[in-house]
Design a protein around this ligand. Structure first.
Ligand code: ZN
Length: 239
């Protein structure tokens, strides 16, 4: 069974009544409800817990970490960022959602600013599937339509994705790379754009499907720990 930890900053739900109305169980609660039928072992962690709820022990018991943050990226402790990066390099899957693009964690793993254009104008978003062979879009039609979302526009300052799976169109005219995969060390990373807190995006069935598929895709594979360092010859080296 894949052990999933949903990390939600869980500050905007407590600060804005509108967000609390849309997500009475928190964004993490809505995501958990949406992916629970896939049989994952789900637990939670939030910003205000000691070590942001992400101790070494917790990360060691996590196969895939889902990450949503927005209000206090600056306050996220650097040593916890390092600890998560290390776990990713050692095989833990990571799904970064929406405004997590600007977290210390994502920026460190990408090595770029991860800056973008944005606008809150209650506009329509259409996420086009541009890699229909990819397991992350299993069960998804030609596109996902969200009646109202925040706009994110190009240029998105990320390294070229290893796989580009979804591209968003916005009513105001911009486009955005909305579903991107990366590998760092032995870990797999998926960035998924939608999910602004003032819209009911994490109640959408297609959004649930993509996140559940991404959990399965980013989950670590089982194999011996990779060896690095001085290596003895496997065959006799004849002089
Ligand atoms: Zn947002």
């Amino acid at each position: 069974m894949i052990r999933v930890t949903i990390w939600n900053e869980f500050l905007v739900e407590q600060r804005k009544e509108k967000v609390a109305r849309i997500y009475p169980k928190g964004i993490h609660g809505a995501i958990a409800d949406g992916i629970s039928q896939d049989g994952f072992e789900i637990s939670f962690a939030t910003f205000n817990e000691p070590e942001h709820g992400l101790t070494q022990e917790k990360l060691d018991q996590t196969d895939v970490l889902i990450y949503w943050g927005h209000a206090d990226h600056k306050g996220f402790q650097d040593h916890v960022v390092d600890r998560i990066c290390n776990r990713v390099h050692n095989g833990m899957g990571l799904i970064v959602l929406h405004s997590g693009h600007h977290s210390k964690l994502f920026r460190k793993l990408m090595g770029t600013s991860c800056d973008l254009l944005w606008r809150e104008a209650d506009e329509k978003e259409r996420l086009w599937v541009i890699d229909p062979s990819h397991p992350i879009v299993e069960g998804i039609g030609p596109f996902i339509e969200l009646e109202e979302e925040e706009m994110y526009g190009e240029h998105f300052d990320i390294p070229a994705p290893e796989e580009l799976i979804l591209v968003s169109w916005f009513q105001g005219g911009e486009v955005f790379r909305s579903g991107c995969t990366y590998r760092r060390g032995q870990g797999k990373i998926f960035y998924f754009r939608p999910g602004h807190e003032t819209y009911p995006t994490y109640h959408n069935k297609d959004v649930h499907r993509v996140i559940a598929n991404a959990v399965k895709w980013t989950a670590p594979i089982q194999r011996e720990k990779t060896f690095y360092g001085r290596h003895m010859p496997l065959e006799e080296i004849k002089k």
